[in-house]
Design a protein around this ligand. Structure first.
Ligand SMILES: Cc1ncc(COP(=O)(O)O)c(C=O)c1O
Length: 392
């Protein structure tokens, strides 16, 4: 066995695990509806694909600068100014192999052994693992449905210690779908302001997939005086349905941290795929109509799904403000979420993700990045499974 201690401590991604298990059952001829998808169910828009194909045909097939081609870094800086009201120079932007890679890099360049990173729970599965991999210690702040899964400024204040190095904010959130509006972010900023050692890592990957009148505000725009301590993370996977392209980016608070991430990429990935970056450039230059269409489809499914789930006895589901997940409370059924999801896979042939993976065992996560018909069939299966299984 050639695996060191550091890696032995890392958990495999539960979302990927459930998706694979559902695929295995499907391969055996069992019709399993996966509700685990972390990606839109539509193809990448054709103008983006065309730009990548053109780049390939033009021979743009060589190494690029490892922080990204200059035109893409400039386009990202322009997007952040135009859509988010944030000023960054292209030199502060580093393009990585997905937002996940950018997050990995941030923790790698920032953390000293034992540094603490505050993460509100329920959290995206990878945050604690990425922190641990970098030698840091995740400090989890629990939230619950009664508080719409938002931490309070008091909770944040209590979690801060002399070892705190960073605070991770994910709005709108995977898995809860809830967001922090400008005022809520400013209240957290008030707590962070007197602690100059703490960086803010603002993961804004679901910024454009919002519902019910929720408007995303970038953390560094809500608290401009903390801009110089904020890493703004975003990507192309969700907004432009480009999960397989592996392209994301971080806008760094200063040149030094951008240069450190670039150096890490120099010595690890040598940057990202050349022609994919031209597709990303076309995505940023091609307007947001394609995103609006996708958002509208998600919005319709969201409204239907929340109502349908709340109609099942024992299920209580908040209406999300963003992303493409609902995170219902199923604790009334009295079955731990991992056991429940394995049973639902085998007995109802549906595959949600256990809330335990996100630090919330009272819940399961259901993605609505799945066609309406599939969702309707999935809810029918869930309702009839519960009717025959859960004793009242
Ligand atoms: C909150 C959040 N951040 C980051 C990512 C990573 O996205 P990618 O690496 O595909 O850009 C995901 C993907 O599921 C996510 O949900």
């Amino acid at each position: 066995m050639f695996v060191n201690q550091r890696l032995s401590a890392i958990k495999p991604s539960a979302t990927i695990g459930i998706t694979m298990r559902a695929r295995e059952l499907n391969a055996k001829g069992i019709n399993v509806i996966s509700l685990a998808a972390g990606e839109p169910d539509v193809d990448t828009p054709s103008h983006i694909k065309a730009a990548a194909i053109k780049a390939l045909e033009e021979g743009k097939t060589k190494y690029t600068p490892s922080a990204g081609i200059p035109a893409l870094r400039e386009a990202i800086a322009a997007k952040l100014q135009r859509e988010n009201g944030l000023q960054y120079t292209p030199q502060q932007i580093v393009v990585g192999c997905g937002a996940k890679h950018s997050l990995y890099n941030i923790f790698q360049i920032m953390l000293e052994p034992g540094d603490e990173v505050i993460i509100p729970s329920p959290y995206w599965v990878s945050y604690p693992e990425l922190v641990t991999l970098a030698g840091g210690t995740p400090v989890i702040i629990p939230t619950d449905q009664a508080h719409e899964f938002r931490i309070s400024p008091q909770q944040l204040a209590t979690a801060i210690t002399p070892r705190t190095r960073a605070f991770v904010l994910n709005s709108p959130s995977n898995p809860t779908g809830m967001g922090y509006d400008r005022a809520a972010q400013q209240a957290l900023a008030d707590v962070l302001r007197p602690h100059p050692r703490i960086a803010i890592i603002s993961d804004e990957i679901y910024e454009l997939l919002t519902y019910r009148g929720f408007t995303h505000v970038s953390f560094a725009a809500a608290a401009p005086d903390l801009h110089a301590r904020t890493f703004t993370v975003n990507g192309f996977s969700k907004t432009f349905s480009m999960t397989g392209w592996r392209l994301g980016y971080v806008a760094c608070p200063d040149r030094a941290s951008a240069d450190a991430i670039q150096c890490l990429q120099d010595q690890s990935t040598t940057g990202t795929t050349s022609f994919a970056q031209y597709g990303a450039l076309a995505a940023l230059q091609g307007g947001l109509d394609c995103v609006a269409q996708m958002r509208a489809a998600f919005d319709e499914r969201r409204a239907w799904l929340v109502a349908a789930l709340n109609n099942i006895p024992g299920v209580s589901c908040l209406d999300p403000q963003g992303a493409f997940y609902v995170f219902p409370d199923i604790s009334a059924w009295g079955i731990p979420s991992t056991e429940l999801c394995l049973r639902l896979l085998d007995e109802a042939h549906i595959a949600p993700v256990p809330g335990a993976a996100f630090g919330a065992d009272a819940h399961i996560r259901i993605s609505f990045a799945t066609g309406m018909q599939q969702l309707q069939e999935a809810v029918t299966r869930l309702r009839s499974w519960a009717a025959r299984t859960i004793k009242r």
